[in-house]
Design a protein. Structure first.
Length: 150
């Protein structure tokens, strides 16, 4: 029950539907591709706080107390789900981070599977893909079962 409550606070309604559908279908997420340094991900960032994805400026300032390094983000608007979107002030005109070697973990780990579950999507032109797939071990399990019935 606690896990379910965490899902409600972390995932958007769309993301929760995606998660439940994937669980029912026995699927997982597969991230493929590589970064082509277009900078799109640095212009439309969603940030997460203790109670889920940020929806207000007040929540952002609360997160800043715990993570002062987020000072590099500025509010750029809201998405269609009401989540605040940020852009990074450290993005150069060439699409690179001003301090690429010391960039934040959330930047290094982009794209994260949580993007899919917060109801988000990859920015236009991004060379990564996030696909819902059936894991290989499920195919293998089915094959072993079918061999056992013969």
């Amino acid at each position: 029950m606690v896990k379910l409550l965490q899902l409600f606070s972390t995932y958007s309604p769309i993301g929760l539907i995606r998660y439940l559908r994937m669980r029912l279908m026995g699927k997982d997420l597969l991230i493929t591709g590589s970064c082509h340094c277009c900078g799109s991900c640095c212009k439309t960032i969603n940030l997460e706080g203790a109670s889920g994805w940020l929806r207000s400026e007040k929540e952002f300032f609360e997160v800043l107390h715990e993570y002062p390094e987020y000072e590099r983000f500025q509010i750029s608007g809201k998405d269609d789900q009401g989540f605040i979107q940020f852009s990074c002030k450290w993005l150069t005109t060439e699409g690179f981070c001003k301090d690429h070697t010391k960039r934040l973990a959330l930047c290094m780990n982009f794209p994260d599977k949580s993007l899919h579950f917060c109801g988000g999507q990859l920015p236009p032109g991004c060379s990564y893909r996030i696909d819902e797939v059936r894991p290989f071990d499920k195919y293998l399990e089915d094959e072993v079962k079918s061999k056992g019935r013969r």
